[in-house]
Ligand binder design. Structure first.
Ligand code: G3P
Ligand code: CA
Length: 349
């Protein structure tokens, strides 16, 4: 009971997060990707309507150097590329970060070619309703996403930020399409290459974040996964990076960490000290990713029913907010907004 009260007290302490909001920030993971095909303007627009503070584009490059929003550079799972006979000969096999992959890759298409494709739902087995939007949306560029955030900020009177992730930075550098300079240039053009810009840049790799640290004043977020380690080999494991010593090292180049949820609340067991350890190192904590379907929820928050049915995602988000996280990624921004409001509204114990 005492522990619960302490956790609640931490959650009620509103976190001033870079002037964007006085609450933990709500980051729309790939847009409102629970309800629209991910990484489309449809998904980002809905996320903003639902109260997101930040929209998250994962970034990969085109052959001609544009940055576009896709979770991975292989695009057969999220676009109709396989149905385009004119691109049949682009299908190929590559090894990306040690994983053999066959399909169609953004770096083999010009932006004009990619713009002829249309997005489709990645998870039709969990989100069949989203398939009604298949074929409606283009792959958006970083510039289009920035323009949307700025337009929405004007229209809503809220500050809508972007939270871009550099995907496979070492791989793209090795093929002559490094992401970092292009990203920083786009932010500069937008007037967002400043410490107080409504932007966080995230990466699972270390070397490119250190490089970005010397290129921009925009705050950086070191992503951490519950297993494995950075693809650039900077350190052997993410687990080592999440120790107090590892967190101190991260704090030399990043403003925060983006840990997988299980690093804070394992599937079985109680909460780890990661939030407190990161705060002790001066780092913000933005865990990923809260999804409504039972399949994705921590077991304690699942409901009866199928793996596609929705469980108690609001309670799971509330639990993390009570632990004192400074923000969170969710596919369901409207649920995140409700959970955040309800946590903030709780009376102090
Ligand atoms: O960037 C936070 C979270 O999105 C990391 O995972 O694989 O969804 O990009 P992923
Ligand atoms: Ca991401």
């Amino acid at each position: 009971m005492l522990l619960a009260a302490l956790l609640l007290a931490q959650g009620c302490a509103a976190v001033q997060d870079r002037g964007v909001t006085a609450q933990p920030i709500l980051i729309a993971h790939r847009g409102a990707s629970g309800e629209r095909p991910e990484h489309t303007l449809l998904a980002y627009e809905l996320a903003i309507e639902q109260g997101a503070d930040f929209i998250e584009p994962d970034l990969v490059p085109t052959k001609d150097g544009a940055l576009v929003a896709r979770h991975e550079n292989e695009i057969s799972g999220t676009t109709d590329v396989a149905a385009h006979p004119e691109f049949a000969d682009r299908k190929t096999s590559k090894t990306i970060d040690g994983i053999a992959t066959t399909g169609w890759f953004t770096e083999d298409f010009t932006l004009a070619e990619l713009k002829t494709l249309r997005a489709k739902e990645r998870l039709p087995q969990f989100r069949p309703g989203n398939m009604r939007y298949d074929g409606q949306a283009e792959i958006p560029t970083l510039e289009e996403i920035i323009a949307l955030a700025k337009r929405a900020s004007q229209e809503t009177g809220r500050t809508i930020g972007i939270y871009p992730e550099t995907k496979h930075p070492t791989y793209f550098a090795t093929i002559g399409l490094p992401l970092e300079a292009r990203l920083v240039a786009a932010l500069k053009t937008a007037g967002w290459d400043r410490a107080d810009a409504p932007v966080f840049i995230q990466s699972f790799e270390v070397a490119n974040l250190k490089q970005l640290h010397s290129m921009t004043r925009v705050p950086l977020i070191q992503l951490l996964s519950a297993s494995g380690g950075p693809a650039d080999g900077a350190t052997p494991t993410y687990a080592a990076m999440a120790t107090p010593e590892g967190l101190k090292a991260i704090a030399t180049y990043a403003a925060g960490i983006g840990p997988e949820r299980a690093m804070i609340l394992p599937a079985s067991g109680s909460a780890t000290p990661l939030v407190a350890d990161a705060h002790a190192a001066g780092l913000k904590v933005h865990p990923w990713t809260f999804r409504a379907e039972n399949f994705f929820l921590t077991p304690a928050f699942r409901s009866a029913g199928s793996l596609a049915d929705h469980g108690r995602i609001a309670d799971e988000i509330g639990f993390f907010l009570a632990l004192g996280v400074d923000g969170f990624f969710t596919d369901f921004p409207h649920i995140g907004a409700t959970a955040r409001a309800s946590t903030s509204a709780r009376p102090a114990p």
